[in-house]
Ligand binder design. Structure first.
Ligand SMILES: Nc1ncnc2c1ncn2[C@@H]1O[C@H](COP(=O)(O)OP(=O)(O)OP(=O)(O)O)[C@@H](O)[C@H]1O
Length: 457
């Protein structure tokens, strides 16, 4: 049993629901090593039967990374904690390597969690990481005139982020200083690895870290206060946007979102623009929200009257019957072999019943749509057809892998809409609009965050 103040681990973990186990992401650095030992202490005391699995990702990028993973495995063996090393294999890009490594890291952590039936991933991001993140974003945002873009990012890392609409990643150390965690490890006589890339000032974060190291705590405290304030604003903005989506958005046909033009004069432009950005990204199947400035300009033009414009791969068609959003016909995925459990065009999750490998997936297309479309009340039929034509459909492969029969197959697969901008990462700040959009388009609701008593954010 570790000798440390139980108050620290109680404060860090007592509000988290660990019923379904936890994967702890342990790099072997000070923060995640302390996280692991504090969480183990907490669970030993409060819920010893909870499954705890430490996972180290070996990115294979540095000499010695395998030895670091082994050191974590050794510590875990000494402490009676299950441990797994996941190795990143495959192509490693020369450009954008940190982002690719991060992407691979979360994928591998989620794979480990799924393999063990665990729905929760815990990382060791600290208050220092948060301050660095916020200051880096502030430095990048400074030249921009649009305060909203800045304030969304200035919320920093969320205390919880839903990955792939499935696993919650939580960051319980966001309010804890790295120095406190290192003090704890020293008291416990536990060492840690120093990652040389953390001090390599060729990268932005180490530069920011170095610039903060020379400062008093003041600058860091100010950055954290700013993040807290921005997080509150971002949550509020999201709640207002969710409210507007529920009141003013409908889905008259799959792939076709209708906005009631009263949205334009609801008197809450900031929230309406945020709702519009989320819906544009959703309709277009884009992981990022469209640019704030362009969205504001589009909103202004909509206020001026009827128009047809494209933003974020989405056609915005304002006519007498309403404002309609649909995926533009350009740039749809080409005909390809259908693969089970994939996301098609960023918008549709495909599940196949058929494993023959003889099926193709392709946009339904306008010819087939004309045959299938049925008239529906006030929605212009031309728009319903245009929306349907961009939906995925399954075809029997004929002759070679690229050609297909005349009629789409009616069976053999299930299509589930996904909330594109939040499908990979849903920060808890944005839970309200993500839920509203899921209801609107018929996506499953996101699982509730693993916090007892109150909602995350
Ligand atoms: N190689 C690794 N194996 C397992 N977990 C890791 C690894 N690297 C980082 N982590 C997890 O991520 C946390 C943050 O690490 P670090 O600050 O180095 O990553 P980052 O790239 O800044 O974070 P992010 O994952 O948000 O981009 C660590 O405390 C740890 O929980």
């Amino acid at each position: 049993m570790l000798e440390t103040e139980p108050d620290l681990s109680t404060r860090l973990f007592s509000h988290i629901d660990f019923t379904h186990g936890a994967v702890v992401a342990v790099s072997g650095g000070s923060d995640s090593t302390a996280l692991l030992l504090l969480l183990k202490q907490h669970l030993d005391r409060t819920a010893p039967s909870v499954r705890l699995l430490a996972v180290t990702v070996d990115h294979g990028l540095r000499h010695g990374s395998a030895a670091e993973a082994q050191a974590v495995a050794k510590l875990c063996a000494e402490r009676g904690i299950a441990h797994h090393t996941m190795v990143w294999v495959g192509n490693k890009p020369s450009a954008g390597l940190p982002a690719a490594a991060r992407e691979a890291r979360y994928r591998l952590l989620a794979e480990a969690a799924r393999a063990h039936g665990i729905g929760l991933i815990v990382t060791g991001h600290t208050a220092d990481d948060q301050a660095e993140t916020v200051l880096m974003r502030q430095a990048r945002d400074e030249p921009r005139e649009f305060a909203e873009t800045a304030s969304r990012g200035l919320a920093g890392m969320a205390p919880a982020t839903l990955y792939d609409w499935r696993e919650w990643i939580i960051r319980p150390l966001l309010g804890t200083r790295r120095s406190a965690l290192r003090d704890f490890l020293r008291r416990e006589h536990v060492g840690w690895a120093e990652d040389p890339t953390n001090i390599d000032e060729a990268f932005e974060r180490p530069r920011m870290r170095a610039s903060l190291a020379g400062d008093s705590f003041r600058r860091m405290d100010d950055a954290l206060a700013l993040a807290n304030q921005a997080a509150v604003e971002r949550r509020r903005l999201g709640e207002s946007a969710a409210d507007l989506i529920r009141r003013f958005a409908g889905q008259p046909a799959i792939g076709l979102i209708r906005l009631d033009p009263r949205l334009l004069s609801a008197g809450v432009d900031r929230a309406a623009i945020y709702a519009l950005r989320i819906l544009l990204a959703t309709a277009g199947g884009v992981a990022f929200l469209p640019d704030q400035a362009r969205s504001e300009a589009l909103f202004g033009r909509l206020k001026a009257g009827f128009l047809c414009a494209t933003l974020s791969r989405t056609v915005v068609d304002f006519r007498r019957a309403g404002i309609f959003l649909r995926r533009e016909a350009r740039g749809l995925p080409p005909t390809a072999a259908a693969i089970d459990n994939t996301i098609w065009d960023g918008r549709r999750h495909i599940t196949l019943d058929d494993s023959s490998g003889a099926l193709l997936i392709a946009p339904l297309g306008s010819a087939a749509t004309r045959r299938l479309a049925a008239a529906r009340e006030e929605t212009p039929q031309s728009l319903m057809r245009a929306a349907s034509a961009t939906e995925p459909s399954l075809w029997q492969a004929v002759e070679n892998a690229r050609s297909r029969g005349d009629e789409p197959a009616r069976q053999g697969f299930a299509v589930r809409p996904v909330v594109a901008p939040f499908a990979r990462f849903l920060p808890s700040f944005d839970l309200a609009p993500a839920r509203a959009v899921a209801e609107l388009i018929g996506a499953p609701p996101p699982p509730a965050p693993p916090f007892s008593g109150h909602s995350a954010g």
